[in-house]
Design a protein around this ligand. Structure first.
Ligand code: SF4
Length: 362
């Protein structure tokens, strides 16, 4: 029987967590340690835009060529959308987010505590050490503000709880073809990781994994790469045209399939998980590594082509795109590049291009 997902609304999750004495951190994209925050009883709730807000509020501080994720996040904050949160965390994924961090700290100065988080751009031991120190410094700041000092064991246990949730997230991705979920339902489920406590996500994911079925072979399997599948009706449109997303390389999803850390030092372990995550242009992964990753994902899942679905003005994505597409073509994998502004409806022209691409790879 098809599982009922019953994903609670983000606002309900926040209210419940706060009513039980917890605090909330709004976290901008892309990488951070959920486990560290939860050790302080702080629930991370991610802010990927959100779509469809009045961007004029953010526009007063940002250049027009900054992406809609950052424009929307700032506008959302300025119109009270983040009033319920206690902290704002801004990982330095790209120049636009780095700029947002500075604007918040130096100009907007919201009532919440704002923490930038610097991320290393490599996979050396020095990169792990650097990030571990960043996380230690975040620990110290949170300890000062909250008056709590969770022990190393507590932080480690909190990270391990996230590891369990992430291993189920990976299973959902692996079993994608056999899950009785539409494209949209699947993405709603995996993206609930952006705001659900790990233990609640584990319950939902386990339920979804209980019922699998043999999908008819007539859907056209694709790999989706990019930042975030917004507007989310792109997933329905894709399905109506016969496409199924069987592999994911999106910043909000597949690029955050964090593995299990090795170290018993909680800060090093949390850093290892991020540093050794799947390749990501915002963490400085070389194009060859990304190409190899995409080709192997496509081969393992049977994806016949790649849809690059990127946010307008997203430099980290745009820099890699020409070489990646060329490399994929040489490997016999066609691709199409779709650019979106997360505030806009999908234009007809875009829908037609997706349809034409599916016909080519059918
Ligand atoms: S969409 Fe691209 S430019 Fe915008 S915040 Fe994300 S990584 Fe940065």
């Amino acid at each position: 029987m098809k599982p009922t997902l019953g994903i609670p609304r983000r606002t309900e999750v926040i209210e419940k967590f706060k009513s039980e004495g917890g605090m909330i951190a709004a976290v901008l994209p892309i990488h951070y340690s959920r486990g560290l925050l939860r050790a302080f009883d702080i629930l991370p709730v991610e802010v990927w835009g959100p779509p469809r807000v009045d961007v004029s509020y953010g526009g007063a501080h940002l250049q027009p060529y900054v992406c809609s994720i950052v424009h929307n996040a700032l506008s959302f904050l300025k119109t009270g959308g983040l009033d319920v949160v206690d902290f704002i965390i801004v990982p330095h994924a790209c120049d636009s987010l780095q700029g947002l961090g500075s604007i918040l700290l130096d100009f907007v100065k919201p009532k919440q505590h704002v923490f930038p988080l610097y991320l290393p751009r490599g996979r050396r031991k020095e990169d792990v050490d650097f990030l571990a120190n960043e996380l230690r410094s975040l620990y110290d700041s949170l300890a000062k503000i909250t008056g709590k000092r969770p022990s190393n064991e507590d932080v480690l246990a909190s990270i391990q709880r996230e590891e369990e949730a992430d291993s189920l997230l990976a299973k959902l991705h692996e079993n994608r073809r056999h899950l009785e979920l539409s494209n949209l339902e699947f993405y709603r489920l995996i993206r609930s990781r952006e705001f659900l406590p790990a233990e609640d996500f584990v319950e939902l994911a386990s339920r979804a994994l209980e019922s699998t079925f043999e999908r008819e072979a007539n859907s056209i399997p694709v790999l989706m790469s990019g930042i975030v599948p917004e507007p989310m009706n792109v997933l329905e449109i894709l399905e109506e045209m016969g496409g199924i997303v069987v592999a994911d390389d999106m910043a909000c999803c597949g690029r955050r399939l964090y593995g299990v850390g090795k170290s018993d030092d909680p800060f090093v372990r949390a850093a290892e998980r991020i540093v050794f995550a799947p390749p990501d242009p915002t963490r400085g992964s070389p194009i060859e590594e990304r190409l190899k990753h995409l080709v192997s994902k496509a081969r393992n899942t049977g994806a016949r082509g790649v849809i690059f679905y990127h946010v307008k003005f997203c430099e980290p994505e745009l820099f890699d795109l020409p070489d990646l597409r060329k490399g994929l073509k040489e490997e016999g994998l066609p691709s199409v590049a779709i650019e979106v502004d997360i505030n806009d409806e999908l234009p007809h022209q875009t829908i037609t291009r997706i349809g034409a691409f599916l016909e080519v790879i059918e």
